[in-house]
Design a protein around this ligand. Structure first.
Ligand code: PGA
Length: 242
């Protein structure tokens, strides 16, 4: 099996001491992956991980490059501190901070403009799945970005399918559900001439289910939240991705 991608999203967890310890362990293990700590720890992460197989990403960005936008962090700043990736449109941003597809498109554009690889998150809510709308919701989110930035640019994007009901719930989507959605996304990408784009799965990925998820042909990697905060768990997932 070829190397698959593992992205760790720490969300708003950690401290300077915790970050230093965890990052050191990741550097020592040197397994290919991307870690996305909170903003204050990005510089430390990039310094500690420089030259290793572990890359650094942010969890969000502002789409404008600079200006009077109190509290925001821009693409050029993320590049400046050593980030190579940035998560865009995570369901927590969409649900809690009102991010819509139009804003997600602006952020993806900004990331690409500054040489950052966006990890674009898409996913349906439980109620949407129960009403049989899961594929429509996910493909609409995906197509909004493809249409917004164009197929050529979209080739530089990573997509993470994260069913909202699986995030932080401890219950990942079934292998069948993941495979079915990934096949539908792949078909949509093919229709849009974006064949080579990597499709990750996220939502309660743990060491004990990562192997099976990563063995799915349709899954090119995983986006890991809670389990990325524990070195042993994250490293076991990274090992499964080899
Ligand atoms: P989880 O989070 O692994 O804790 O479910 C995934 C995510 O939100 O990216």
């Amino acid at each position: 099996m070829s190397q698959k991608l593992v992205v760790g999203n720490w969300k708003m967890f950690g401290s300077r001491a915790m970050a230093a310890e965890l990052l050191q362990l990741l550097r020592d293990a040197n397994l290919p992956s991307v870690v996305c700590p909170p903003y204050p720890y990005l510089l430390m992460a990039a310094d500690l991980l420089a030259g290793s197989a572990v890359k650094v990403g942010a969890q969000d960005l502002e789409y404008r490059d600079e200006g009077a936008y109190t509290g925001e962090v821009s693409g050029p700043m993320l590049r400046d501190v050593g980030c190579s990736h940035v998560i865009v449109g995570h369901s927590e941003r969409r649900a809690l901070y009102g991010e819509n597809d139009a804003l997600v498109v602006e952020k993806v554009r900004a990331a690409l403009r500054h040489g950052l690889t966006p990890v674009v998150c898409v996913g349906e809510h439980l109620e949407q799945r129960q009403r049989g709308l899961a594929k429509r919701v996910v493909l609409d989110q995906l197509n909004a970005v493809i249409n917004g930035i164009g197929a050529e640019s979209f080739a530089r994007v990573l997509v993470a399918y994260e069913p909202v009901w699986a995030i932080g719930s401890g219950v990942a989507a079934t292998l069948d559900d993941v495979a079915e959605m990934h096949v539908a996304m792949r078909a949509a990408l093919r229709d849009a001439n974006c064949d080579g784009v990597a499709l990750l799965y996220g939502g309660s990925v743990k060491p004990d289910n990562a192997g099976q998820l990563l063995s799915l042909h349709a899954v090119d990697g995983v986006l890991v939240g809670g389990a990325s905060l524990v070195a042993d768990s994250f490293l076991r997932i990274c090992s499964a991705a080899k």
